[in-house]
Design a protein around this ligand. Structure first.
Ligand code: PD2
Ligand code: ZN
Length: 276
């Protein structure tokens, strides 16, 4: 046995590291803090590289400017309310991200183009009808209109992530009874067709779901791992990021059944690289 006992990476240490990174401290700052509180460098580096168990290497993810703990973020003179923040998993609920007029205009533009929703397929990188989702949907091309350009520019500033790393906005309409069963938005690298999907900008690393109306009842965005329900309120949004394609990110989420009225959302998925 060696003279110096190797320290063990505990679950508490892993969650402390995630918390620090989630609060916006960078890797070097967290490493320095660990060294000054007595962690061996080799153990600290290993723990930092494997914050969620080391199944895959962590990607850089979009982040909001929350370090100042301000109740609002000013983006191009547009005041966005910070209603809830969670560091692990990273989830932020925002108020007033879109104006009523922007929501109405997006619904009107999408309504004419709705088709039965499709999701990215498990084969050949195409699309297929997904029975887990009972909504109707469409995609806007990135930058296709003044409205879409205005919204995408705001989102890029909000999330500090380039416009060209985002997929085109997707609009979904849920009718009463429609839901989106819990799922992860990242792509399982082991599924058939993953290589073709990942060629177009790499993994998804964050999602922003924006509510375009307020359903009369039901339709919350749910996070089953942490038992969080986000109410769909017109103009509000929920942001969440996931630094690796792993359930340990606790980014499992779904759309609860709409009980009364319709629910309309616009989703922006962010990729690691340029989405083509
Ligand atoms: O509409 C929602 O609440 C919802 C739930 C889960 C949207 C998405 N996922 C999505 O667009 O990925
Ligand atoms: Zn989703």
């Amino acid at each position: 046995m060696s003279a110096i006992q190797q320290q063990a990476i505990s679950p508490e240490l892993r969650s402390w590291i995630q918390e620090q990174l989630g609060q916006g401290f960078d890797r070097e700052q967290v490493l320095a803090a660990m060294l000054s509180s007595g962690w061996q460098k080799s153990v600290a580096v290993q723990a930092l590289d494997e914050p969620l168990g080391g199944s895959t290497v962590a990607s850089r993810v979009p982040t909001l400017d929350l370090a100042d703990a301000r109740p609002t973020l000013s983006i191009d003179g547009h005041e966005v309310k910070v209603l809830l923040t969670l560091s692990q998993p990273r989830i932020v609920v925002l108020g007033g991200l879109l104006s009523d007029e922007e929501c109405d205009a997006m619904v009107a533009a999408a309504a004419a183009r709705l088709a039965r929703s499709e999701t990215v397929a498990t084969t050949a990188g195409g699309s297929e009808i997904n029975p887990a989702r009972t909504s109707d949907g469409m995609f806007f091309e990135r930058g296709e209109s003044e409205l879409i350009r205005t919204v995408e520019a705001r989102l890029a500033k909000l999330m500090n992530w380039p416009i060209d790393h985002g997929e085109g906005l997707q609009v979904l309409r849920y009718r009463p009874g429609a839901e989106y069963l819990p799922h992860y938005d990242y792509f399982d690298p082991k599924m058939d067709g993953a290589a073709a999907i990942l060629k177009r900008g790499g993994q998804r690393v964050a999602t922003l779901v924006m509510y375009l109306n307020t359903p009369a009842a039901g339709g919350a965005t749910i996070f089953p791992d942490i038992k969080l329900d986000v109410s769909p309120i017109k103009g509000n949004a929920v942001f969440f990021s996931y630094d690796r394609p792993d359930p340990l990110t606790q980014s499992l989420h779904g759309g609860a059944p709409v009980r009364e009225g319709e629910k309309w959302v616009a989703t922006k998925w962010l990729r690691e690289g340029v989405f083509v």
